[in-house]
Structures are given as C-alpha cells and as structure tokens.
Design a protein around this ligand. Structure first.
Ligand code: GMT
Length: 376
C-alpha cells in the first residue's frame, strides 16, 4: 500500500510511534510518505520505501500566527494526488485529523477518494483536547475519520467521556521492535555511569509538568537515604529541568544524578539500567515504560491512564497512586533488595514487552488499512 503518515516529527511519543510504524511498514514492503514540518527525529537515515515531504510555511508579515494547517492541507492534497496514495494515517488529532478531512474534501471535488485514519495518542484528548476551544473541531474530525484508533483502552474510554463520539474507536496499542532492544549490556558503558557498581535508575521524558519529574528525584533520594547505592540517569529535556537541577543542588545529590539531555535513541541507556521510574500525573499509554520493559528494565510507575495496560503490578514492576512517593520507594526497594529479585523482575519485564512486539501489533494496523480502503 502507499501510505501517507502525518505526524509531529519531535521526540514526543506520538511522533516516535508514527515514525517507527512507518519504518516497520516500509520494511514489510509498503511505500511510506512522511508528511510534516521537519525530518522526524527517529528517521535517522535514508531507507528503502520511505519518502519525506517537508511542509514549510512562509512567514509573510501579515500572519501573526503562521497558517501551518492550510499549508499542510495543500501538501496532503498534492502528495495524495501525485504519489497516488491509498490512505492517510494521522497521528495526534490536533490539527492532523481536521487537516486530513479538509484535504479529503478538496480531493473529492477532483474525483479522488482518500480514506484517513486518526490515531489518538493522549494529550490530544486528555489535556489539550479538553480545552473547550478545540472541542468542536476534534469531535467533528474524529467522527468523520474513516477509522479511529486509540493507543489504550483507557484513552478510548477518555475519548468517549470527553467528546460526543458517534462512531467506533479501535484500540491498537503502541509497539516496540524487540530486536532493537537485544543489545549486549556494555560493561565499559556501565562502568562510566556506575564506576563503583552502583545500581542505575533511569527516567525518560519531555520534562513537562505532567511527568512529575520531581517525584522521580524524590524516589531516588528516598532510596539513597535507605542506603541503596545508586545513580540516576535522566534522559530528555523540558520546562521542569531547571527546577530539578536546583533540587539536586539543594539535596547535595549532583554527583549521583546525570542529566543526559535529549537522546535520539534511548536503547544504550536502557540496556545498562536496573530500574525505570515513570510517576506521571496522566499517561495514555507510557511508551517510555514499554521501551524500558523491552530492555529488561522493571518499571515503577503511577497507576494512571493506560499504564496498568502496559506494566503488570508486582510482575514487571509496581504501580502506585499518583504522587505516592513513599509507596514508590517501598516498591523500588522490593525490586532492588537482592540480585535474585532484580533478575526475576528483569526477566518478567522482557516477557511482558514481547506482548507489544511489532509482529503482534503491525498486522492490526494493516488489517485496519485494508478495511479503510475497502470502506472508502
Ligand atoms: O507524553 C507526552 O507528553 C508526549 C505525548 C505525545 O503526544 O507525543 O505522548 C502521548 O503519546 C504517547 C504515544 O502514544 C504515549 O505513550 C503517552 O502516554 C502519551 N502521553 C500522555 O498521555 C501524557
């Protein structure tokens, strides 16, 4: 099939999932056209069957806000028409679903039929989507999409709760390519971050408020106070980072905490990690947690949104109520208390991640694509 993927090209989970999906589909022989404003971060090199169409908006002085939606719409019309696409797959409802609808209507006047699938990722529904100023457009474009998917049951429920949805929503979970996570545990790399054999604790996010990164540091500090020899590796960057750095200085833990910044790939860091912490306020899926599990890293997370669909409490990690740092410390201690316990959780983590391998999830998308094309 010839598929246009409309996405945010950044480090955010929706962009990562959309890019990995395109790469995996291209490997299976589909022709993939990424359409967005810059090269997706996970699209590191040229690959067979993959094309990139850049959307660039000119900054005419009249426009206080650049009209990205209009330019994206025109680009979709152009790419669908001249590359003869079979369907569009939009990741993140805002503004991609309404843009695809508009492109569909324009193409219809030219006798071209193009179905479009909208995949809801989370903040388009749970945070941004709840803002009343977006509501009518989101409701309309979800209802008019040829097919709609949500990345978890929890997000599906939230979508029905917050919007007047009159159609079905399929749940297709996020996925990992398990082979990408089969790296050898590199001792040299581990020695650099844990020179005295410390346990390595990791967090990966965009450091936005919703991620509660302060709780990550509080859990880590709690473990140090209990005598656990550990170091904390923080991957990512964002608005909460400065506050976190100040807190490290105040608690005198700067030498135990490493800020690694935004990394294109997290696999090397995860491979040498012993524990992953994701204490988010809300998380429609928790792709970062799944990537940790795939690397054999047990997860301490909050019991919110789609996370319980990814991490099994007491098996591949533990779940606590949002903000319950003491419970997270107690749970982390249980995992780290002995080599045997850690080994058991690490094995369970890898096993759990296999349920989300691309070999399981990709066929679900392919079936949906076929249905969408048949329905259009
Ligand atoms: O987590 C973020 O802030 C980024 C956001 C995004 O839209 O890229 O992530 C959302 O989509 C990811 C991929 O489906 C999910 O794994 C995340 O759980 C979800 N984030 C939230 O719901 C906060």
């Amino acid at each position: 099939m010839k598929i246009g993927i409309v996405l945010y090209p950044t480090f955010g989970g929706s962009g990562v999932v959309a890019t990995e999906l395109g790469k995996a589909l291209a490997k299976k022989g589909h022709e993939i056209h990424f359409i967005t404003y810059s090269l997706p971060v996970r699209l590191d090199r040229l690959r067979e069957n993959i094309y990139f169409h850049e959307v660039s908006v000119s900054d005419y002085p009249l426009f206080e806000h650049t009209p990205y939606e209009q330019v994206l719409t025109s680009k979709l019309v152009d790419v669908v028409k001249y590359e003869k696409l079979d369907l569009l797959h939009c990741h993140y409802a805002i503004p991609h679903a309404s843009v695809a609808y508009m492109a569909q209507q324009i193409l219809q006047t030219q006798g071209i039929v193009i179905p479009f699938i909208t995949t809801l990722h989370g903040t388009d529904i749970t945070l941004v989507g709840k803002d009343p100023s977006f509501e009518p457009v989101i409701t309309f474009s979800i209802n008019r999409s040829t097919k709609v998917t949500a990345v978890s049951e929890s997000l599906r429920r939230d979508t029905f709760r917050h919007f007047d949805i009159t159609r079905e929503i399929d749940v297709i979970p996020n996925f990992i390519c398990s082979l990408d996570y089969q790296l050898d545990n590199d001792d040299k790399y581990k020695c650099r971050y844990a020179p005295n054999g410390e346990l390595l604790i990791t967090h990966v996010s965009n450091f936005r408020k919703v991620k509660r990164v302060a709780d990550v540091l509080a859990v880590f500090k709690g473990l140090l106070d209990k005598g656990v020899k550990a170091r904390l590796m923080l991957v990512g960057d964002g608005p909460e980072r400065n506050k976190l750095e100040r807190q490290c200085r105040e608690w005198g833990v700067c030498s135990e905490v490493v800020f690694l910044g935004s990394l294109k790939s997290t696999t090397e860091v995860l491979t040498i990690s012993d524990l992953f912490i994701l204490p988010s306020e809300t998380e429609s899926f928790g792709l970062a947690a799944l990537e940790a599990l795939a690397s054999g890293v047990p997860v301490i997370a909050s019991n919110t949104g789609g996370i319980p669909e990814v991490v099994e409490h007491g098996v591949s990690g533990y779940l606590s109520n949002v903000g319950d740092v003491d419970d997270m410390i107690a749970n982390a201690s249980k995992i780290l208390e002995s080599k045997e316990s850690l080994k058991k959780f690490k094995l369970a983590a890898k096993k759990q991640a296999m349920k989300f391998d691309k070999s399981v999830v990709l066929p679900l998308y392919e079936r949906l694509y076929e249905e969408a094309v048949a329905e259009a």
